[in-house]
Design a protein around this ligand. Sequence first.
Ligand code: PLP
Length: 360
Amino acid sequence: MIKFLDITKQDKKIHKLIFNDIKRIILKNNFILGEEVFKFEESFARYCNTKYAIGCANGTDALTIALKVLDLPKNSEVIIPAMTYCSTAFAVINAGLKPVLADIEKSSPTISCDEIKKKITKNTRVVMPVHLYGSVAKINDIKKIIKNKKIFLIDDCSQAHGAIYKGKKIGSLGDISCFSLYPGKNLGAYGDAGIITTNNKILYEKIKNFRNLGSDIKFVHTQIGFNSRLDTIQAAILSRKIKFLDSNNKKRQSIAKFYSQNLKNNKIIKLNYSKNCVYHQYVILTKDKNKLVSIMKKNQIPFGFHYPSSINQIDSLKSNFKKMKFPLSEKIANEGISLPIDPNLSKVNLIKIVRVLNSF
Ligand SMILES: Cc1ncc(COP(=O)(O)O)c(C=O)c1O
């Protein structure tokens, strides 16, 4: 049977090591901010080529904390893409700020620079691109747009661990970069987890303090922070798994290449992904979405929707964006289907998927 993502199979070779790590931590009785957390933070910073990395409880908190430590005036505007996971927008609102939506580029899944230019006002304090599906947003162009404007760049890297942009690792491009380490991500824990990277020492100190209830010294609380620490057991698991991130990303890239070269059906539109994209998802568009879904079901090919609603269409957010339209983001919501991109997807199954899609 084809699986959308088989984490158990992917990690089989390191299960024994992970079981031993968990046993060691249980016997040591050091569950909160144990040495494994600091070791993982060091190795993640090294991996991203940044000075600092700070673990936290999940990707949503990573984004919220990044915004909170900037101490921006209430209702400052944060420009985000209209096609992303709900968390990007929720983080902005939960930080007491105002999300301003920008549509994505034509036939590519990341924020449009022309749209950013249109949406900047005197209240804009942050631009927050999302490297959706592992495809890197046009960071250099965005940097040019916000230069000398006192606007921060915080990038949501939750789907792009290991992606490279003009020779630089994702995580090293923004003022602050935020990652989810949710199990299904390119680098995923065995539960909720997240991490934040930065090269700015002042922001690093504030984030490290904020994620631990505003405390560096026990019972001394200098900020009204979050309880959002990366769990010691999850950190140990992530330290084992990070060693396989690049090889798994390479496998994702070769599956994506196969789809790109072999999917030939004029009812299917392929998206353009950035160079060195790490393909967290491989999304195709079709006007006959329901029909293709039923054919995939019949052929036991798993699929996903990322995402079935653009941010302005989410129930709890609709009232914030009344009457606004984001046609390219809404097109992905209406027509997008994510294909299996499990790094261990076999060639036989890959050929089967392409055959079914081409004959639809
Ligand atoms: C683009 C994006 N941002 C934020 C998040 C939130 O991460 P988490 O689920 O770890 O809170 C996710 C993960 O689902 C995501 O894909």
